[in-house]
Design a protein around this ligand. Structure first.
Ligand SMILES: Nc1ncnc2c1ncn2[C@@H]1O[C@H](COP(=O)(O)OP(=O)(O)O)[C@@H](O)[C@H]1O
Ligand SMILES: [Mg+2]
Length: 246
């Protein structure tokens, strides 16, 4: 069963010549994209910077509207984890308030919220004394753990992970990827995992979609695409990244 189905999504952005001059043309950020994500699975979306990955993620999340095409979702419980937790966490809020924000909106009792936050910190392996601290008092990896805890607290069924480890050191990347995997298994969540890094995607995703200039040029089971890439662009991506470590 599919959790997400995108059908022929198009999104063009006007290219402006200058202030008040109108559009000089259109940038085809998404030029007819169709993907499916099976429930409980991870689809890895890879491609160079600027190829349209984040735009597709935002359209699935409903943050921006496509010009044409359709998104079919099996859930309305969506969450997102961004690349840079420094920008996505309010620097003026304590972790306790960052984590409880969404729950307070749900009008849950104080005790219940306290218990849930405690469990969420355990889940992402942060100490309870993190609650009284501010985001800048944590390392990049720890901040990403806070962002993950905040996302999980809302009990999402679909999570768009947009380059979630791209700003972290390689050893920290692995820890965060393992955490995301554990959490996915435990709560049967579905992931759209966006990354420009093919090694990261191989680690995370059962299926992969390769994007170039707003189009999906190849998709299929990760193992198959990595061992027998059929599109020239996939071959180039793989040889430039995986060639070194194979
Ligand atoms: N709001 C916007 N207005 C104009 N152009 C945009 C906007 N958002 C993205 N773009 C352009 O669309 C293309 C795809 O961007 P994006 O989806 O962020 O790519 P990726 O996440 O793969 O790096 C890029 O050329 C980007 O500059
Ligand atoms: Mg992006």
């Amino acid at each position: 069963m599919n959790m997400v189905k995108c059908i022929d999504i198009k999104k063009h952005f006007p290219i402006r010549r200058g202030y008040l001059k109108g559009a000089a043309g259109f940038l085809k950020a998404l030029d007819g994209v169709s993907i499916e994500i099976e429930k409980g699975k991870t689809l890895g979306l890879v491609g160079e910077s600027g190829c349209g990955k984040t735009t597709l993620g935002k359209i699935i999340l409903g943050i921006i509207k496509p010009d044409s095409g359709r998104v079919e979702l099996e859930t309305n419980k969506l969450q997102v984890i961004f690349q840079d937790p420094h920008n996505s966490l309010d620097p003026k809020m304590r972790v306790k308030d960052i984590l409880s924000e969404g729950l307070i909106l749900n009008k849950e009792s104080k005790e219940r919220i306290g218990g849930k936050i405690k469990d969420a910190l355990d889940l992402v392996r942060l100490p309870q004394n993190a609650l009284a601290r501010y985001p800048h008092q944590f390392s990049g990896g720890e901040r990403q753990r806070i962002a993950i805890a905040r996302a999980v607290l809302t009990e999402p069924e679909l999570v768009v992970c947009d380059e979630p480890v791209s700003s972290l050191d390689i050893t920290i990347q692995l820890q965060i990827l393992e955490l995301l995997k554990d959490i996915q298994k435990r709560f049967s969540m579905t992931y759209l995992f966006i990354s420009h890094d093919l090694r990261v995607v191989r680690h995370m995703a059962e299926d992969i979609a390769v994007m170039q200039h707003g189009r999906i040029v190849e998709k299929g089971p990760t193992r198959k695409v990595y061992s027998e890439p059929s599109h020239p662009y996939t071959k180039i991506l793989l040889s430039s990244v995986l060639g070194i470590i194979k």
